[in-house]
Design a binder for this molecule. Structure first.
Ligand code: SR1
Ligand code: MG
Length: 423
């Protein structure tokens, strides 16, 4: 079948015509709704109106960038990278990705389980909801996916073809441009809040030290094929409830630096921390408890990730007759352990640097986060955006100087104090 763009009408005909999809419904009288709120694709929920529990999601790539419109062409192949990543994640973290019912490269679409009992974490956090298991689940996801797709675990003869299969040129280019380049080179694609003083943007775009540091992060992103990354792991790519957490939307997947995925998640928790100084007050709450929870969640993501990643690594090395990534053991594992400790320190620095870039791009660049862009008090929004830029800058510039994420919590509280600690 050739490609055609689906609509709320034609997606139903499509589902009914695919036996592996049709058999999941007791009727062919289905209804569909387009619910995509992402920047790239179209997402339909197809339901049996008589039995709303019978439903599925159909996600289709269109040959352009949705956020920009049809004048911005973008290949449809991104859905194949999403499929590849969802399949690999289903092997590594089966309870954390939606079950795939069908992948149809000809139509650039996938059909999968509708996570109807789960909500997008960003939207819920903006309403002040807590996810008590989020840090535990996401640290497990990060540890398992990043360790098992890296050279610390895989045979090089398996890893290199895996890297080659996931060369995602177009979507990496989006990240290279919109995360690492355009926010800093005064590109016309930028869309800063018009209330933000030009001097604040100039401070980001005309600081050679900062631009050089961001350039180093871009270089790492483009050259360090460490592990299979989700590639866009912000809080809008996670669906959760009190019990379960699912990772969705891995169309940006490729083999890149591990810190990019970890940093994306931390950056979005820190952006939420900044936003909730206003959001919680607007809801009539004392902002401190929720903001503290966000910082604790960020700390637990890192500490949980570090512990679980090291655990997987030590167990895997132990099963290899004393031969680890650095070679044969000659000192009862002391050298292997020293390498692990250095590896994690370097990974923390990468994570912090990438988080800084991710924070700044959400203020200056084209793609915003609703956490901050949805702040209706203009003065508060400008204040919080300035805090975000201050924090992003410090993270990138000082990324090798932090020895824990708790130190970043202290930095965040210094830049945007908790109400209880304000003078
Ligand atoms: C043109 S920027 C589009 C952005 O949307 C995705 O969610 C990625 O973050 C990408 O950078
Ligand atoms: Mg997405």
């Amino acid at each position: 079948m050739g490609y055609s763009r689906l609509t709320e009408q034609t997606v139903v005909d499509y589902v009914v015509a695919q036996p592996e999809l049709r058999r999941r419904f007791r009727t062919s009288r289905l209804a569909a709704r387009e619910v995509g709120d992402g920047n790239l694709n179209y997402v339909f929920i197809v339901t049996n109106p008589e039995e709303p529990a019978e439903s599925m999601v159909v996600k289709q790539a269109v040959p352009f960038l949705r956020i920009a419109g049809e004048s911005w062409p973008l290949g449809r192949q991104r859905m194949e990278f999403e499929t590849l990543a969802l399949r690999r994640y289903a092997e590594l973290c089966p309870d954390m990705v939606p079950e795939l019912f069908l992948a149809a490269p000809d139509m650039s679409l996938i059909a999968m389980r509708n996570l109807s009992d789960h909500r997008i974490v960003r939207g819920e956090m903006n309403l002040g909801k807590r996810f008590p298991l989020l840090a535990d689940h996401m640290s497990t996801f990060l540890a398992r996916t990043l360790f098992h797709t890296s050279d610390l675990f895989l045979d090089p003869a398996d890893k290199k073809p895996a890297v080659a299969r996931a060369i995602n040129i177009e979507l990496c280019k989006i990240t290279e441009d919109f995360v690492f380049t355009h926010p800093y080179d005064a590109s016309p694609s930028n869309a800063p809040n018009p209330d933000l003083p030009q001097a604040v943007i100039d401070a980001i775009q005309k600081d050679p030290e900062l631009r050089a540091a961001v350039g180093e992060m871009k270089w790492l992103f483009m050259n360090a094929a460490e592990a299979l990354l989700h590639g866009d792991l912000h809080t809008g790519s996670i669906m959760a409830n009190e019990r379960e957490t699912f990772v969705i939307d891995p169309e940006f997947a490729f083999y890149g630096p591990m810190g990019f995925d970890v940093g994306a998640l931390l950056a979005n928790l820190w952006l939420a921390f900044l936003a909730h100084e206003w959001r919680q007050r607007a809801m009539g709450n004392d902002p401190d408890p929720y903001r503290r929870w966000l910082l604790e969640t960020a700390e637990s993501v890192w500490t949980g990730f570090e512990r679980k990643f090291l655990e997987l690594w030590r167990v895997s090395d132990a099963a290899r007759d004393g031969t680890s990534f650095i070679g044969r053991d000659l000192d009862r594992g002391a050298s292997a352990e020293a390498f692990r400790q250095r590896f994690m320190r370097r990974l923390l620095a990468d994570t912090i640097g990438f988080a800084g870039c991710k924070i700044m791009r959400r203020i200056v660049g084209i793609a915003k986060v609703a956490d901050i862009a949805g702040i209706t008090d203009r003065e508060a929004r400008v204040r919080i955006e300035q805090q975000a830029l201050t924090m992003g800058r410090q993270l990138v510039m000082r990324r090798t100087g932090f020895s824990s994420v708790a130190e970043i919590s202290a930095l965040a509280r210094k830049i945007a104090p908790l109400a209880g600690t304000m003078a």
